[in-house]
Design a protein around this ligand. Structure first.
Ligand SMILES: [Zn+2]
Length: 416
């Protein structure tokens, strides 16, 4: 009996890609994902195959369950400090954003909270949220800076992201153009970033991408192009928050700069659907922000039909989307965009892993890949249908059970 062997048996469904080695799967091919019942065997933290292993050290009873890859949340704003619940109450009761902003709300309020919190407080909050995410099946997630709003504070956020020390795989993004800090204009802030933040990223191997928020209240397409040039020069991926509140025609600019992803897209004009779908660039849909912000609905169905690399993510942040559950996001995404269960799961696994540059290792159930997987307490179709219910019976990272829901503990632990 080899070390750390696991056998997951009698699953009603096992979600598998049509071929091994796919870096992503375009959404017009999502129907090729298979859901046949069966088993999954693990040895030494990796998927060994798809037959039961009667001699495995850990036996998992997956009868009636679906076995799927661990969820990958490729767009979160961890780490941050505090919350903005009062602001949400103001927003839903009709207080205009300008007034909320004038009274000190918005990103600036999170920046003040971040500045006031000690490192250990920020890390404790982030670790608590990572544990919450794990219990909802997220085995890999992204972090972003962006609540520093000052050179030293942005560097601090990036360093703290590298110190999370959680069971999940963590990939970090430097969101260097989130809001224009007080005392700067947009160009001046980017000058400061170029002089003092970019050079420091060379010593932060956990940072894999640069990000920019293109919006009337933030940065424009010229700034997007500038961040794109930085990313290319530094060998980092370019990601961009675009077309969230209004149409700025940012997607063609992002594609010109070989963006890895464009995120939000609630106001994506129809003309930009085809070029985005044809590009090697993920369309990251954030239905939590759309729902809680009363935003327009991104053309998710059109993007999927046109063959885009679609992704669903939480956009977890204290302002517009304080949501950390990918099952909730899948439920919202399925309803808002009209996605099938296969499409939604593809968007929260393999394609999300590609967005983070990790789909060689993570994001799908294939022999040789890391054994990050979930046992769901029903068929995949019920993830969206039982909206608000946490379907994760057990979550495994590198073959180890890192979360087992108490009522499902009987399934895991039949050690031989
Ligand atoms: Zn975001």
């Amino acid at each position: 009996m080899s070390e750390r062997t696991v056998s997951v048996q009698d699953a009603a469904q096992v979600l598998r890609p049509p071929l091994d080695g796919l870096p992503y799967l375009r959404h017009d091919r999502a129907g090729e994902l298979s859901l046949d019942g069966g088993a999954l065997a693990v040895a030494d933290g990796r998927i060994a195959g798809f037959e039961a292993d009667a001699g495995a050290a850990l036996q998992v009873d997956a009868s009636g369950c679906a076995v799927v890859p661990g969820f990958v949340d490729c767009h979160t704003h961890l780490p941050f400090a505090g919350w903005r619940a009062e602001e949400y109450e103001q927003k839903v009761t009709g207080v205009p954003y300008e007034e909320i902003s004038r009274s000190g709300g918005g990103i600036a309020s999170s920046a003040r909270a971040f500045a006031a919190a000690r490192d250990e407080q920020v890390l404790a909050q982030a670790r608590g949220l990572a544990a919450e995410m794990l219990s909802h099946g997220t085995t890999t997630f992204e972090t972003k800076s962006g609540y520093g709003l000052g050179v030293e504070a942005e560097l601090r956020a990036l360093r703290l992201a590298g110190r999370l020390d959680v069971p999940q795989t963590v990939v970090s993004t430097a969101l260097l153009a989130h809001a224009v800090p007080e005392g700067y204009d947009a160009d001046g802030w980017l000058d400061a970033v170029e002089a003092a933040v970019l050079p420091a990223l060379a010593d932060m191997p956990h940072v894999r991408a640069l990000d920019v928020f293109v919006e009337t209240v933030a940065f424009d397409n010229e700034h997007l192009a500038r961040v794109g040039r930085w990313a290319a020069a530094a060998g980092l991926d370019l990601r961009a928050h675009v077309e969230q509140f209004a149409t700025h025609r940012s997607v063609p600019v992002a594609l010109e700069h070989a963006a890895r992803s464009v995120d939000h897209l609630s106001c994506l004009p129809p003309d930009d659907v085809g070029p985005l779908a044809a590009a090697e660039c993920a369309a990251v849909l954030l239905p939590g922000a759309e729902f809680l912000g009363g935003e327009r609905t991104a053309p998710g169905r059109d993007l999927a039909d046109a063959g885009a690399i679609c992704v669903l993510a939480t956009d977890a942040n204290p302002g517009t989307s304080p949501v950390f559950s990918l099952p909730v996001i899948i439920g919202l995404g399925v309803r808002r965009y009209g996605l099938s269960a296969r499409e939604a799961l593809l968007a929260a696994t393999l394609n999300a892993a590609w967005t983070l540059g990790r789909s060689d290792e993570l994001g799908s159930l294939e022999a040789g890949k890391r054994a990050d997987f979930l046992v769901l307490d029903g068929p995949v179709e019920s993830v969206a249908y039982r909206f608000g219910h946490n379907p994760v019976a057990a979550a495994f990272v590198a073959g180890r059970p890192v979360w087992v829901r108490p009522d499902q503990a009987w399934r895991v632990g039949g050690a031989t």
